[in-house]
Design a protein around this ligand. Structure first.
Ligand code: BUP
Length: 457
């Protein structure tokens, strides 16, 4: 069926963890014959984002780019990504003239979950069906949607039951949301009740993966009258615009390694661990005895990265050890994670459990050693271990910076991950299910068809 009359506008937020799923969704919609307008807040926070965007528009020239020139942020210190959310929020009134003059007229509008409060009134005024893309798990979404109801009760208990689901321990909840004075707490309390005003919520997950949670959400058990939650994932990594150019050193190095022998280590695009923790990881990797490919980040934003070389981050001692053992490759640059996880030499993934990384591991069938550091990551890690069944995580490692996790512990956990055959089997099953969901007749494919049909009306 042709959806040529469907015109979808997409508005991502700051950071690769938000931009990447939006671009993958844009690519998918475009392949389903939708006309797509991608709104690009300018300037971006990181070089990685601007590079990805320019690759995207080269690969999809028929996607309409609409620049949103941001008003400068009110403050210059703080988390650069959070400042950018703030700048987008403060510039959201510029959206109305941009969007209402589009031709052909819009059929629907999808914006990032962090932009709910400022964008919802604009979307309502334009009068098209509008959705948020929630860029984390359905598990995290159930917490997000239920949280305001139970927030007060948390001061004198150690968690709460999410209706239709199970007990969620406080220890898994994002610490930033538990902090009564925190900005995230305020965001949750303010934005979550507004979910009821949306036409729906889009998720990068699939029905067979988070079935219990998706059912509870869509049957109204978690929050009564919640709009439909559409599982459209996994959002497939897209060879047409991600990692354009030649295969870099990491992939060439992987080509030389035996099947399933390498542990890949990466904590996402937003986390820079402390120097002493980085050095313990180096020690742990060497102790594990396994081959490894390790992405080290010394700064939150790549634009600031120049002055901090590998030597400065790791110290000469551990670098020397790694060099002597000749089993590991350490890189500081942006890598093509998608191609790494797809490489047959990779047998395990030490991950912070950012949701994009989890879905990529699922799509490529790679077992995870979860090391959640902040935000939604423990909820995601717990899902991977308890429901997904293709990973492990160490609850006593603490949140980011809570305690120093020693090389011995890291080495042991890696051995545990790499020697567990049942995780490999489970990861393979997940991979098969993931591919089925987005194939012809698959659950996510059907969900997407239904949505675009609705948008035609
Ligand atoms: Br670092 C890095 N190469 O070198 P998450 C990340 N990625 O391709 P985050 C690379 O960035 P949030 C690199 O494949 C994934 O698609 C990776 O998203 C890619 O974590 C994305 O995993 C990272 O969700 O974002 O960056 O912490 O905080 O929004 O979860």
């Amino acid at each position: 069926s042709s959806s040529s009359c469907v015109h979808v506008a997409l508005l991502p937020s700051a950071g690769m963890g938000h931009l990447t799923p939006f671009l993958r969704l844009a690519a998918t919609l475009s392949r389903h014959n939708c006309h797509v307008t991608l709104i690009t807040p300018q300037p971006t926070v990181s070089n990685a984002e601007s590079k990805l965007l320019s690759n995207f528009f080269t690969a999809f020239p028929h996607v309409n780019q609409l620049n949103l020139h941001l008003l400068p942020s009110s403050s210059s210190n703080g988390d650069p990504f959070f400042l950018q959310f703030d700048a987008i929020r403060r510039s959201s009134h510029l959206l109305h003239p941009l969007l209402s003059s589009l031709s052909p007229p819009l059929s629907s509008f999808v914006y990032d979950m962090t932009l709910t409060s400022p964008v919802l009134p604009v979307a309502t005024a334009i009068g098209v069906p509008h959705y948020i893309l929630f860029t984390s798990s359905a598990s995290m979404f159930s917490f997000y949607s239920f949280f305001p109801t139970a927030a007060e009760s948390l001061s004198d208990c150690d968690g709460f039951d999410i209706p239709g689901l199970s007990f969620l321990s406080k220890s898994l909840m994002p610490p930033q949301v538990l902090d009564r004075e925190g900005v995230f707490r305020r965001l949750f309390m303010e934005d979550s009740p507004k979910l009821l005003k949306l036409h729906g919520v889009l998720l990068n997950t699939f029905e067979e993966f988070e079935s219990k949670t998706l059912k509870a959400l869509n049957l109204g058990y978690v929050v009564k009258d919640l709009p439909p939650v559409h599982a459209l994932g996994p959002f497939v990594p897209c060879y047409e615009f991600e990692g354009l150019g030649e295969r870099g050193e990491p992939l060439k190095w992987l080509d030389e390694q035996p099947h399933g022998s390498v542990i890949y280590v990466c904590f996402g695009s937003r986390t820079a661990l402390e120097g002493k923790q980085i050095r313990e990881i180096g020690d742990g990797l060497v102790r594990s005895g396994f081959r490894f490919l390790w992405v080290v980040k010394g700064n939150k934003v790549d634009k600031e990265d120049e002055e901090n070389g590998l030597k400065g981050l790791l110290g000469t001692e551990i670098l020397e050890k790694i060099r002597k053992e000749n089993k590991g490759l350490v890189v500081k640059e942006w890598v093509d994670q998608r191609q790494i996880l797809d490489h047959s030499a990779v047998g395990g993934f030490v991950s912070h459990c950012g949701w994009n990384s989890v879905m990529e591991a699922a799509f490529y069938g790679v077992p995870i050693l979860g090391w959640p550091l902040l935000g939604d990551q423990r909820i995601n890690a717990e899902f991977v271990v308890s429901n997904g069944g293709f990973g492990i995580w160490k609850k006593d490692w603490g949140w980011e910076g809570e305690r120093l996790v020693r090389g011995e512990e890291i080495g042991e956990a890696i051995k545990e991950l790499m020697s567990n055959e049942s995780l490999v089997t489970k990861a393979k099953e997940v991979k098969v299910a993931a591919r089925k969901a987005i194939g012809i007749g698959g659950s996510s494919e059907i969900n997407l068809q239904k949505l675009t049909e609705e948008w035609k009306k």
